[in-house]
Design a protein around this ligand. Structure first.
Ligand SMILES: [Zn+2]
Length: 308
């Protein structure tokens, strides 16, 4: 049964080991974030509670009513009052609370495509996206504020495509840290305040094209520390990770992408990229999808209710 948005606000332990990835783009200079790019209708929101007892999988429900973003300044003050100054104890791509699988009564994979933005990361893989459209493949797209600013028309078209769920890949593609810890040579946010800004400005950019608060947050490089992850949860976002590294941060060959997809255990969240048209992601996906469908594999979005 689909869970409501706030029922989803739970943390759970995941045992799936994430493969090492090279990130989307290579180093990306952290920068100060501009003020919120949009002025959404605000509403107050209470802090979601967390539970120490994890369910196996949780989802947003596609039947949820559209949810506007809460007042970013008020939300930031509320979250910092609880999390500022806390010391992280965990760091990684699959720490407790990061979703790496989806629940499905049918064999399914959740293909997720990141668009990282910034120098070297601002591309758009139209061959890949057109294939997904043509073959009616559901997918979740994680877009950064940077990438959306580079491709406002394309981002709007992606948001209008019912096949795709648009989620938050951060504002400047920074690892989710409260101490400035780096991953793949990309500097993480340096404190709780920067972490809130990175998450919120990414969410505002997504909101600008979808008119809906995103459900999931995957930071640049997919690295979290535990405090930053709790901050994301407190702001109302689930932490999205992955069980299968589908394109090796776009370093995989066509055959490697194809094999990663064909070997994926049903229920896996698969990490891929849609911002490197010169890579082999599209070619591998185009070869693998028909073979997976022959096996009865369905393609679901992270926010889909569990298929009956
Ligand atoms: Zn990325």
């Amino acid at each position: 049964m689909p869970l409501s948005r706030y029922d989803r606000e739970v943390r759970f332990v995941l045992a799936v080991a994430a493969l090492v990835i090279a990130g989307c783009t290579g180093p990306s200079a952290p920068s100060s974030e501009p003020p919120s790019p949009v002025s959404p209708p605000f509403r107050s929101a209470s802090a979601p509670k967390t539970s120490p007892l994890p369910p196996p999988t949780v989802y947003a429900s596609a039947s949820d009513e559209p949810v506007p973003l809460a007042d970013p300044a008020a939300e930031k003050a509320r979250v910092l009052s609880e999390y500022a100054g806390r010391k992280p104890r965990a760091w990684g791509m699959d720490i407790a609370g990061v979703h790496t699988t989806v629940a499905s009564k049918e064999p399914a994979l959740a293909l997720t495509f990141d668009a990282c933005g910034g120098p070297g990361g601002d591309g758009y893989d139209s061959e890949l996206i057109e294939f997904l459209r043509r073959e009616r493949v559901n997918a979740t797209l994680f877009l950064t504020n940077k990438w959306i600013k580079a491709h406002p028309t394309i981002a709007a078209a992606l948001a209008a495509e019912p096949l795709f769920e648009i989620e938050n890949h951060g504002s400047a593609h920074r690892p989710c840290s409260v101490t400035g810890r780096s991953a793949f040579d990309i500097r993480g946010t340096r404190n709780a305040s920067e972490a809130v800004d990175e998450i919120t400005n990414g969410a505002l950019a997504v909101f600008a094209v979808t008119k809906q608060k995103p459900h999931f947050y995957r930071p640049g490089t997919a690295y979290f520390d535990d405090v930053c992850l709790q901050i994301a949860n407190a702001l109302g976002y689930e932490a999205a990770g992955f069980a299968v590294n589908g394109d090796g941060g776009t370093g995989f060959s066509r055959a490697q992408v194809k094999n990663a997809l064909l070997k994926a255990t049903p229920g896996s969240i698969v990490l891929l990229h849609m911002n490197h048209p010169s890579g082999a992601t599209a070619e591998g996906v185009i070869e693998a999808v028909p073979l997976l469908r022959e096996r009865g594999i369905k393609f679901v979005r992270l926010g889909d209710p569990n298929p009956k």
